[in-house]
Design a protein around this ligand. Sequence first.
Ligand SMILES: Cc1cc2nc3c(=O)[nH]c(=O)nc-3n(C[C@H](O)[C@H](O)[C@H](O)COP(=O)(O)O)c2cc1C
Length: 322
Amino acid sequence: MLPPILANLRIPAMASPMFIVSGPDLVIAQCKAGIVGSFPALNAREKDGDPPLLDIWLTRIEEELDRHNQANPDRPAAPFAVNQIVHRSNARLERDIEICHKHRVPIWITSLGARPEVNAAAHDCGGIALHDVITNTFAKKAIEKGADGLIAVAAGAGGHAGQQSPFALIHEIREWFDGPLLLSGAISTGRAILAAQAMGADLAYIGSPFIATAEANAQAEYKQMIVDSGAEDIVNSSLFTGIHGNYLAPSIRNAGMDPAALSGADSSAMDFGGGAAKAKAWSQIWGSGQGIGAVRAVQPAAELVDRLAAEYAEAKQALAAL
Ligand SMILES: Cc1cc2nc3c(=O)[nH]c(=O)nc-3n(C[C@H](O)[C@H](O)[C@H](O)COP(=O)(O)O)c2cc1C
């Protein structure tokens, strides 16, 4: 059974958090369109000495969604989620947890490390914690440490993708876990959302298609490259952040490198402390999952959700008719 906060969405989908790309404009548009919107806390970066931007973003999201709900009681906004990178190099984690606790953030997404105290903070303010995992072993550890639900990140996902087939990963987790389970990786059509449910997931977790939306914080060239590219244009490499991730080959070529001849990097290279090297890696080499062949135009996020909702309804009907 899904917790009430995830139960009444327009379609069974959550927009995933994306480094740099997801900010308040995108989250507000996703929630108003009826799917869970999300952003990484680390995207809210203020200048030294300024008040915490995360606090300002959360206040704005809450106020705008509140206004929407008062004006549209018949189609209220979906809830939002904040992503915490639980990695030792994230020096802001404690402060960001405090801010999210103060705002009573309803859905907490944790990545790159499961820590009981983050789950406890989510629970203490009435929220739920979802942890993203790439194997069944990590899934078991996350639930032991107090997560309420899991995001199975399968092969083909944007960002730090897993290596396993979604069929294998969802099956192994569903054998022992009956709580909230999301599937991540190359989901970009209504048909794929229905397929995720058929496989045993509760919700689809969708990232890359939202890069090509008006509200995404991405250069116009990045958005257009998502529209122009397909699965064959995605390469998997550990060179840029220290762990394996999926990237657009044309952006690697534009940066003067041969996507077919990339060497690997050691995972100790991973740094979420805001270092210049990290910022450079993600600003010039563009991440994407394999599902972007279904993205035909840069459009407002609401139109993308409309497409997914129409395709989902059509796919359900077509399958029922078989
Ligand atoms: C450009 C980009 C940046 C990402 N940054 C993050 C991040 O900061 N935190 C996180 O948990 N996941 C991040 N992800 C992974 C997504 O949350 C999600 O697992 C993935 O986008 C789903 O696959 P899809 O892109 O094929 O839909 C990122 C993905 C992309 C494409």
